[in-house]
Design a binder for this molecule. Structure first.
Ligand code: HEC
Ligand code: HEC
Ligand code: HEC
Ligand code: HEC
Ligand code: HEC
Ligand code: HEC
Ligand code: HEC
Length: 300
């Protein structure tokens, strides 16, 4: 009995000491000491496309990743050097898909996933939205404030590609989607909100376009194509919005005589009105000043 109590006390004491010395740090699972080689930043390999890829795995990144409790060999098998993966953007998504099958299937049918399946590296794959560095070992949980997929950050994550005019023009995408979104009520309100999820109730890219299942805007099943679908999208947050509310929405377009003329001419009207009011106001002030000066001069 006394022996048990003693060993329990000793066990407790050593646990306290270990916690104190580890400083609350959680270490990723690396039961086979893979990092003894892969912790070397110089380790590289030529991949299936003839490109040199880094085989470096940052211990610091793994320690804070969503997968820190999963051992290397769970994802890489006990014989990682027997499997010869091409190490491309597509093979990466396939590997994530072995566990996250639902997300993988949705992504594969999206405008990004379809291009990826054809070997196009320009489009978004899992790590473009889930890893701050694009490395598969630094994927972080979606509700972390610093996560690229967190609601307050997602517009900037999409903007990595969608604010690249040259890249977008090569796909015939002409609207300045990021700029116009940031100018919109929703964009400004999200930036002003705190990181608290309750204050981020305004719409961002993914509320209108989806995330794993993003469709081309020319696809009739896209949540933003046609006023019927668009109205349903607005109604998620604007109850009873209806098609007229959706019809008044400019999307990412600037108002012009061809595109929503009512909004365009209203804008023009108010611009003219504002100019007239300002000019007339200035005229009144200036004439008053001049008259005052003349009167003073006459008096002298
Ligand atoms: C003795 C050093 C060493 C250790 C320990 C080691 N690796 Fe490697 N690993 C390498 C080298 C070198 C390569 C590149 C081999 C090549 O060029 O084909 C590599 C390649 C890889 C690759 C890419 C393989 C591919 O082509 O698909 C993966 C994944 C990998 N290692 C994972 C692991 C995991 C997981 C562990 C622990 C279970 C581990 N390694 C332990 C040295 C090591
Ligand atoms: C949650 C799953 C997961 C865990 C855990 C994991 N990896 Fe990976 N790893 C991946 C994926 C996905 C890839 C990309 C594979 C591809 O491109 O085909 C990858 C790629 C690699 C590569 C190739 C280089 C690269 O960065 O693309 C190496 C080397 C590697 N892992 C080593 C490790 C080591 C060492 C550990 C443990 C510290 C580890 N991995 C833990 C999922 C994981
Ligand atoms: C275009 C950006 C984007 C791509 C590409 C993407 N995701 Fe996501 N993912 C998100 C967003 C945004 C969320 C949800 C964040 C939230 O709930 O606020 C999310 C959520 C998740 C979740 C949490 C559960 C869930 O479904 O909400 C997992 C797991 C996940 N993604 C895995 C993946 C995998 C695996 C891939 C690749 C096959 C992938 N994601 C590709 C943006 C993306
Ligand atoms: C071996 C299976 C496995 C593989 C492979 C894997 N994951 Fe995970 N993933 C998990 C598990 C299990 C969790 C939940 C971890 C937890 O809750 O602590 C998770 C969590 C996540 C989350 C956080 C979800 C949330 O709710 O915040 C994201 C995002 C994610 N994974 C994306 C990926 C991506 C991207 C890849 C490929 C680079 C990948 N996963 C590969 C098993 C896996
Ligand atoms: C790694 C780069 C990259 C990231 C990150 C990315 N995209 Fe894309 N996206 C592309 C490319 C390239 C295309 C063009 C594909 C095509 O037309 O075949 C595209 C196409 C689209 C389309 C279809 C455009 C059309 O022609 O109708 C939409 C919508 C879209 N992306 C939304 C998003 C959203 C929302 C996010 C963030 C959650 C995002 N994308 C993140 C690269 C990216
Ligand atoms: C309130 C809803 C809403 C939000 C928020 C939103 N979009 Fe859109 N998006 C639309 C609608 C509607 C269209 C189709 C009409 C148009 O092109 O303006 C569209 C079109 C697009 C297109 C295709 C443009 C083209 O020239 O073909 C892309 C790419 C896109 N959005 C990406 C994004 C990104 C990235 C964000 C966030 C920075 C975002 N959207 C935010 C509703 C939205
Ligand atoms: C994710 C939720 C969400 C979605 C989806 C959404 N909105 Fe909003 N929107 C909000 C919130 C929250 C406000 C702020 C409401 C307030 O302060 O009264 C807002 C405000 C607005 C405003 C300015 C303030 C006002 O009430 O007049 C307009 C205009 C607007 N939304 C249009 C749209 C349109 C059009 C769509 C569909 C294309 C849409 N929204 C989709 C959440 C959303």
């Amino acid at each position: 009995m006394r022996g048990l109590a003693l060993s329990l006390a000793a066990g407790f004491a050593s646990a306290v000491v270990m916690l104190a010395f580890s400083g609350g740090q959680i270490y990723a699972l690396d039961e086979n000491n893979c990092l003894s080689c892969h912790g070397n930043p110089e380790l590289t390999k030529t991949n299936g496309e003839g490109k040199e890829v880094s085989l470096y795995v940052s211990e610091e990144a793994v320690n804070t990743a969503a997968h820190r409790f999963i051992d290397c060999t769970t994802c890489h098998t006990a014989q990682p050097h027997q499997v010869n993966t091409p190490l491309t953007k597509l093979s990466l998504a396939q590997k994530c898909g072995t566990c996250h099958q639902y997300q993988y299937k949705l992504h594969l049918q999206s405008v990004h996933g379809q291009q990826l399946a054809q070997g196009n590296p320009d489009v978004a794959t899992c790590v473009d939205c889930h890893s701050p560095t694009g490395n598969p070992h630094s994927v972080i949980r979606v509700l972390e404030y610093s996560a690229p997929a967190y609601k307050k950050n997602i517009a900037q994550t999409c903007a990595k590609c969608h604010d690249n005019e040259e890249l977008m023009a090569s796909y015939g995408i002409v609207e300045k989607v990021y700029e116009s979104y940031m100018r919109s009520f929703h964009g400004k309100a999200i930036q002003l909100g705190t990181y608290e999820i309750t204050q981020l109730d305004k719409a961002t890219c993914t509320n209108c376009h989806g995330y794993h299942d993003i469709k081309s805007t020319r696809d009739p099943t896209s949540p933003v194509s046609g006023v019927q679908n668009l109205a349903k999208t607005c109604e998620q947050c604007h109850p009873g919005a209806g098609v007229e509310f959706a019809r008044g929405f400019l999307g990412h377009k600037e108002a012009s005589p061809e595109n929503i003329p009512a909004a365009h001419y209203t804008e023009v009207f108010f611009t003219i009105l504002l100019t007239v009011v300002v000019v007339a106001g200035a005229f009144v002030v200036v004439t008053a000043v001049v008259r005052f000066a003349i009167n003073r001069w006459r008096e002298e």
